[in-house]
Design a protein around this ligand. Structure first.
Ligand code: NAP
Length: 260
């Protein structure tokens, strides 16, 4: 399916690795010019090279911390009028809920709630005026089904989800859609990091821990980031204009419910 995106421009935040990278690659395969971002310069440059080599699209790589005002300004300077915005950032650290500090809360809110909101605010007026915009926020399955050790993620992402639920309905009339993608377990560095504590306490290797999680999933495996990227690109396509304010879980069926 041609998603009708050839010649459009996207900002993909936190995109040197994992789900952000896969989303950037999937958009590039549709002919979308990219501004990609991450903090580490080398991995970001390597990803930009890979995407250019695979697709031939224009890729600008902005090495910056997207959770800072200066980082966001640098990204927006590279793409002041994007057609597509993929909001993403690193996930907050795991921890016992009873010991989470105000500093940890502020960092989590900045990364997983206030940064995506600031970027939405920065780009949405232009999208509305141009009568086309697609915003996808990468959140987490933890929005639907809280993960006990990830209180910061459960809480901060729920705030973004509430904000998006309202705004999505306000801007849909102008062919601007905002949706959230909720990843379950995908094979990325983040998944390996999250498995480390459980693996250590069970005296298993991280690979063994991931294999156990994979076995417990209805699909019998963990997700391939490319599958996530494809779903993200579809939500950005011209055909997806009637999908508004949704929270799409991509978890292999791990969330056990008859209705979401
Ligand atoms: P990942 O493989 O660890 O990749 C994270 C990417 O974000 C890297 O490119 C990293 O590059 C960049 N990044 C991190 N902090 C950043 C910042 N402050 N500014 C700019 N770039 C930043 O992680 P992932 O698995 O793709 O996860 C993406 C998001 O999905 C995270 O919020 C994660 O919590 C969430 N999630 C993932 C899973 C999963 O199974 N993978 C499940 C649920 C939710 P630098 O470090 O160089 O900046």
């Amino acid at each position: 399916m041609d998603l009708g995106l050839r010649g459009k421009t996207a900002i993909v935040c936190a995109a040197s690795k994992g789900l952000g990278r896969a989303s950037a690659m999937a958009l590039a395969r549709e002919g979308v010019a990219l501004v990609i971002n991450a903090r580490g310069k080398d991995a970001l440059a390597a990803t930009a090279d890979d995407i250019r080599a695979a697709t031939g699209v224009d890729v600008q790589a902005i090495a910056a911390d997207i959770t800072t005002a200066s980082g966001r300004a640098a990204v927006l300077e590279a793409a002041p009028a994007p057609d597509i915005l993929i909001n993403n950032a690193g996930g907050p650290p795991a921890g016992n809920f009873a010991t989470l500090t105000p500093e940890q809360w502020h960092a989590a809110l900045e990364a997983n709630m206030l940064t995506p909101i600031a970027l939405i605010q920065a780009v949405i007026a232009g999208m509305r005026a141009r009568r086309f915009g697609r915003i996808v926020n990468i959140t987490s399955a933890s929005v639907k089904s809280p993960i006990p050790t990830l209180g910061l993620s459960n809480g901060a992402r729920a705030g973004l989800t509430g904000f998006v639920a309202g705004v999505a309905r306000e801007v849909a009339r102008d062919n601007v859609t905002i949706n959230n993608l909720l990843p379950g377990p995908f094979l990325t560095d983040r998944l390996r990091d999250n498995m480390r504590a459980a693996a250590a306490s069970a005296k298993r290797s991280v690979d063994e821990e991931i294999a156990l999680r994979a076995k417990a999933n209805p699909t019998g495996r963990v997700g391939d980031p490319a599958e996530f990227g494809a779903a993200c690109a579809f939500l950005c396509g011209v055909q997806a204009g009637f999908i508004v304010g949704q929270n799409l879980l991509i978890d292999g069926g791990a969330f056990n419910a008859t209705l979401g």
